[in-house]
Design a protein around this ligand. Sequence first.
Ligand code: SF4
Length: 376
Amino acid sequence: MLFVILFQTYAFMNLSSSLLNWYKINKRELPWRDTGNPYQIWLSEIILQQTRIDQGVGYFQRIYQRFPDIRSLASASEDEVLSLWQGLGYYSRARNLHHTAKIISADYEGVFPSDYHELKKLKGIGSYTAAAIASIAFNIPVAAIDGNVSRVISRLFAIETPIDITSTRKIIESLADEILDTRQPGDFNQAMMDLGSMICKPTNPLCDQCPLFDFCLARAKKIEHLLPVKSKKIKQRKRYLHFFLLTYMQNDTQFLFVEKRKDNDIWKNLYQLPLAETDSPEIPEQLPLPKEAISLLKSKGFHPEIAGKPATYKHQLSHQILEASFYKIILPQEYCFIFEQYFKKVSLEEFENMGKPVLISRYIAGHITGLSETNQ
Ligand code: SF4
């Protein structure tokens, strides 16, 4: 028994030194690398959840430049944080980031907690992010397991049960702890992430370039392309969103009406054009206004006419497929007071600087070039 344990320890030390040697030469150059600053590590990890590295780097630089420390982020308005986040999607990350910055500023005197369990109590920081911050910034020996690392471990140990069930997750966690290099946990965790992203890719892993080639059971059994096994198929919900660009000119300025999303749904607290959501792609019969407003408009002889062809975009989220249609309606100025009771009136320029879903930004960028156009 003692011999088995010694052999295993020796094998894991070799695995670690092969991985860390590879990492020294091949690690990705990223603006938050080679720092022990927990704020930068946290910011980068939150941005990189659900975001490709090449896209995340630009956002990291912009947000870090505007908020170089936790206190500056904490004292910003949520609207400004959401506006900087625009285009990254999964906006709950930005809201949690802002919320947690305020908590750290107020309750921790602006200093990041170094304890893994304390980090996990903060909003938006789960096991993976807490482990990444604790190991990279504070050298705490805890394994950071994201999708990339799970895949590498499932292949290294040829785990053939589905990785998305609890029992397999526990096995992966325990193996990740076993192989973790406790002397350099931050580098080891980052090396595993880089290996998963650059070499042990989801399809066609580059085994002949892999520093763990000699340790890998899936490669030895020639089953690497079959792993990891997944059990669940994500159910996708289809949603039809009908946005109305209600707009008019006043003193050479173009105005439009917008609303803030309040519900616990996608894009919470972002601004959008007035929306009607339905079960079909057909254009709704009424504007998204209460009945009394519709009646009032009718009694005044106003009948909305759509200017030009509606624009339609498809947008895929992890659990939802969105089909968004946009209808432009040019409002006679005398009726605008009715819309002002239900929506916020903003100039086009103001709206461009407000946090909004990327779908709406795309529509605005491509379709607002003046009120006179009728066929876009
Ligand atoms: S040898 Fe291949 S399957 Fe195994 S860890 Fe390396 S890249 Fe992944």
